[in-house]
Design a protein around this ligand. Structure first.
Ligand code: NAP
Length: 260
C-alpha cells in the first residue's frame, strides 16, 4: 500500500475549503444534500426557483455553515452560465456539483401532453447536461472536481404514468457514464445517486394513495419510506476524497428495492 493508507482518516470525508453547487436545495433531498455538505465544511452555493430559503438556511446556520442562496429557473437555459459564474465570483471555484433539481408529471401514456414532456426534460435532463458541462470547464482548469447526478429507481425500471421522468432518469444514468469517461483523467469523478422511495413533496401524491403506498411499502425490504437525511452520508462520500477512484457509478440508496 502507498502513503494514502497511512494518511487515511476521517479527514478524507472532510470538505473544508471546497465549494459545492446544489440545485433544488430549498426542500426535500436537495436540502439534505446542501445541509450535509455544509456540515462537513463545504461552502454551499444553493440554487432554486424558490426565494424562501428559511428552512435550509436555518439548518445550515445551526452549525455555523456557509452558504449563498441563488435564485434561478433551471428550465431557462440562459440561467445556467450565470449560476457557475456567480459561484466562481463568490467562492473562487466549483469543486462539487450536485444536480438534484427535478420534477415529475404523472399521467396515463395516451393522455400525456407534450408540454409536460418538455417541462420534465428541460429540468431533469437538459439542465443537468448544461450545468455539468459548464462546471466541467471550471473543474478541468482546476484539475479536480466531483459531479453528482441524481438518478432514480426509474433509471433502472420503467414505472407507469411517468414516461418523461423515466426517460430523463435513464438518460441521467447514461450522461453520468459519458461524462465520467471523458473527465476521469482530469481528476474529476462523475457519479450518480439513485434514491429509492423518499418522503418528499415529489412523492406526496403516491404516499397519499393508500393502495399504492401499501404496495410500495410491501416491496421495500427495509419496510419504510426513507427520510431525505438518510442520503446525507452518500452525498458526502461521493463529494469527498474517499471516493476518488469511483467513476461513472449509479449508486442505489433504496432500502433494498432493487435487490428484490
Ligand atoms: P422535491 O421536494 O419536489 O424537490 C424538487 C426540487 O427541484 C425543488 O427544490 C424544486 O424547486 C427544484 N426544481 C424543480 N423545477 C425547477 C426549476 N425549473 N428550476 C429550479 N429548481 C427546480 O423533490 P425531491 O424528492 O427532493 O427530488 C429531488 C431529486 O431527487 C429529483 O431529481 C428527483 O427526481 C430525485 N428523486 C426523488 C425521489 C423520491 O423518492 N423523493 C426518488 C428518486 C429520485 P421549487 O421548490 O422551486 O419547485
Amino acid at each position: 500500500m502507498n502513503e494514502k493508507a497511512v494518511d487515511f482518516s476521517l479527514d478524507f470525508f472532510s470538505l473544508k475549503g471546497k465549494t459545492a453547487i446544489v440545485t433544488g436545495a430549498n426542500t426535500g433531498l436537495g436540502q439534505a444534500y446542501a445541509v450535509a455538505l455544509a456540515k462537513v465544511g463545504a461552502n454551499v452555493f444553493a440554487v432554486s426557483r424558490e426565494i424562501d430559503w428559511t428552512d435550509t438556511k436555518a439548518l445550515i446556520d445551526h452549525d455555523g455553515g456557509n452558504a449563498t442562496y441563488y435564485e434561478a429557473d433551471l428550465s431557462d437555459r440562459s440561467s445556467i452560465q450565470g449560476i457557475v459564474d456567480t459561484c466562481v465570483e463568490t467562492y473562487g471555484s466549483v469543486d462539487i456539483l450536485v444536480n438534484n433539481a427535478g420534477l415529475i408529471k404523472r399521467n396515463p401514456l395516451l393522455e400525456f401532453k407534450v408540454e409536460d414532456w418538455d417541462s420534465v426534460m428541460a429540468v431533469n435532463l437538459d439542465a443537468v447536461y448544461l450545468l455539468s458541462q459548464a462546471c466541467a470547464k471550471v473543474m478541468v482548469e482546476q484539475g479536480s472536481g466531483k459531479i453528482i447526478n441524481i438518478a432514480s429507481m426509474l433509471s433502472f425500471q420503467g414505472g407507469k404514468f411517468i414516461p418523461p421522468y423515466t426517460a430523463s432518469k435513464h438518460a441521467v444514468a447514461g450522461l453520468t457514464k459519458s461524462f465520467a469517461n471523458e473527465l476521469a483523467h482530469h481528476g474529476i469523478q462523475v457519479n450518480a445517486i439513485a434514491p429509492g422511495y423518499i418522503a418528499t413533496n415529489n412523492t406526496a401524491p403516491i404516499r397519499a394513495d393508500e393502495k399504492r403506498n401499501a404496495e410500495i411499502l410491501a416491496r421495500i425490504p427495509a419496510g419504510y419510506w426513507a427520510d431525505p437525511s438518510d442520503l446525507m452520508g452518500t452525498v458526502v462520500f461521493l463529494s469527498s476524497r474517499a471516493s476518488d477512484y469511483m467513476n461513472g457509478h449509479v449508486l442505489a440508496v433504496d432500502g433494498g428495492w432493487l435487490a428484490r
